[in-house]
Design a protein around this ligand. Sequence first.
Ligand SMILES: Nc1ncnc2c1ncn2[C@@H]1O[C@H](COP(=O)(O)OP(=O)(O)OP(=O)(O)O)[C@@H](O)[C@H]1O
Ligand SMILES: [Mg+2]
Length: 506
Amino acid sequence: MTEQKRVKLAMRNISIEFPGVKALSGVDFELESGRIHALIGANGAGKSTLMKILSGAYAHYTGRIMLDQQEVIIRSPRDAKALGIDIVYQEVDTALVSYLDVAENIMLDVLVNRMKGKLFVNWADIHAAARQVLDRLGIKLDTRTRVQNLTLAQKQMVLIARAIAEERRFLILDEPTAPLSQRETEELFRIVRDLADNQNVGIIFISHRLPELFAICEEITIMRDGEVVSRSSMAQMTTKQVVELMLGRKLEENYRKTAVPIGDKLLDVVNLSEKNGAVRNINLYVRTGEIIGVAGLVGAGKTELCKTIFGALQAQSGELRLRNQRMQIHSPHAAVKSGLALVPEERRKEGVFVEEPVFSNLTAANLGKFCAPLGFLRPWAERTAAKQMIADLGIKTPHEGQKVAFLSGGNQQKVAVGKWLMAEADVYLFDEPTKGVDVGAKRDIFELMGRLAELGKGCIYTSSELSELLAITDRIYVMYDGMIVQELLTSATTEEEILYYSTGGT
Ligand SMILES: Nc1ncnc2c1ncn2[C@@H]1O[C@H](COP(=O)(O)OP(=O)(O)OP(=O)(O)O)[C@@H](O)[C@H]1O
Ligand SMILES: [Mg+2]
C-alpha cells in the first residue's frame, strides 16, 4: 500500500446544552486519518454526545470543526457523510431496517442518495456492490439474509459495512464490542486495523473495556464531566492512570466480596429445561448470603437460563423451589410475586421504560411499597427512595424526574439495575449487569450485590468477564451449549479452568 496522505480532523471549543444539562463545555478533540483513537470516560461524560456532533446528529452546538485547517460545517448527518465521516451508534438495533436484507441495509445510503430520479433499481448491482464491501472487510455473510435473522455481532458488521460502503475517512465506533464475544471482538479488531492501516481510515473507538483499548488504539482522549482531561499516546498510559483520570479519583484495584455467612438453600433449580431446548437439565442452587456465578461464552445459554428461571421463557420440565416450597412460575409476574428479580441483559429493550422519568422506572418493580391505603401512589416516598438509589449507583441525571431516554447509555443501564435492586426480592438474577457501565459504576454494582448478600439474599450473576466472576462469586457454574457442564468453587479455580470448560473441555 502506498503511503497515503494523512488528513487531520480537529474539533475546537465544542459546547452543547440540553434542557437542564450542560453536556459538553469547551471540548478540543483531534484525530488523524489512518489512526485508531480511543475515547474514554465514565458513563455520562459526554463521549456519545461529542461523537454525535461530529457525525451531524446535533445542530445546536457551538465551536468549530476543521479538516486540514479548513473550517467545515457539520450540522446534519448528510454534512458529515459528505466529508467522509460516519458513525456506528451505541444502539445497534435502531439503526437497521430489520425486514430488509443485508445488501439493502448496507447500501441504504447509496440507495437513498444515488437512486433519486431513477425509476429502476438494479438489484443485481446492489447485491454485487454489497458483496464487494463485505469482501473488502473479509466478512462472510449472505447478502440475501434478512437483518432480523442476524445475531447482534452480525448486525454490527452490517452497520460497519454500511458506514464504509462509500469512501470514508473517519469512522466512529461507539461501544462496538459491548455485545460481542471474545472471538467476535478479535474479528472486529482485524477489520478495524485493516481499515486504518490499508485504507487510511481514522477510527474513533469508544469502549469501557480498558484492555481492548490498550490492545488496539494508538492514541487516547479521556473525558470527564463534559470536558477533555487528557490526551496522549496510548503507550504513555497505564490502566491505573486512565481509570484515575476518567473517574477523577483512585479506584482500589481488586474488589472482593466480603465474607458473609452462607446459610440454607434459598433457590433450588431441579432438572429445568426450556421448551425449545435453549437450556436443558439445569441443576443449580443458591443459598442465603451466596453469590453464584454463571460463566459461559456468548450463546452458551446464560440469558436463556435466567429467563427460564424467571418465567420469561417457558419451561418444558423441571422444578423450582424457594425455601423448599415448590414455586409455580409461568410468567415474570408470578416470578416477582414469588420473590425473584431479574436484571435482563437487553436492558434498553426489556429493562427500562425510556419515555418515563428516572424515579418511576426505579420504583416500577416495587410499586406496592409506595402505595398509600386505597392504592394511591405516594410520589414523595417514591422520589425519596429513588434519590437514594441514584446516589448509591451514581446515576448521572440532572434530577430524578428526567426522562430515561435523555440519559447516557451506561446510565440507562444503571437505572435498570437499580429498579431491581429496589424490588426487595429473595433471589436476584443479574444477567451481564456490568455490560456498558464504566469501571466506577461496576464497582458500585458489585458493592450493592455484596450488600444484598449481607442481607441474606441470594444472587445469580452471569458474566462473560471471568475476572469479575472470580472477584465476587462464591461458586461458579459453567455453561456450554445450553447445559451446565461444571460446578467450581471460586476460591479453588482460575480463569484458565473456567475457560477450559466454557469452550467445551471435559
Ligand atoms: N438528548 C439529550 N437530552 C438531555 N440530556 C442529554 C441528551 N443527550 C445527552 N444528554 C446528557 O449529556 C450527558 C452526556 O451523555 P453521553 O451520552 O454523551 O455520555 P457518554 O459518555 O456517551 O456515556 P456512556 O458511557 O454511558 O454511553 C449525560 O449527562 C446525558 O444525560
Ligand atoms: Mg455513550
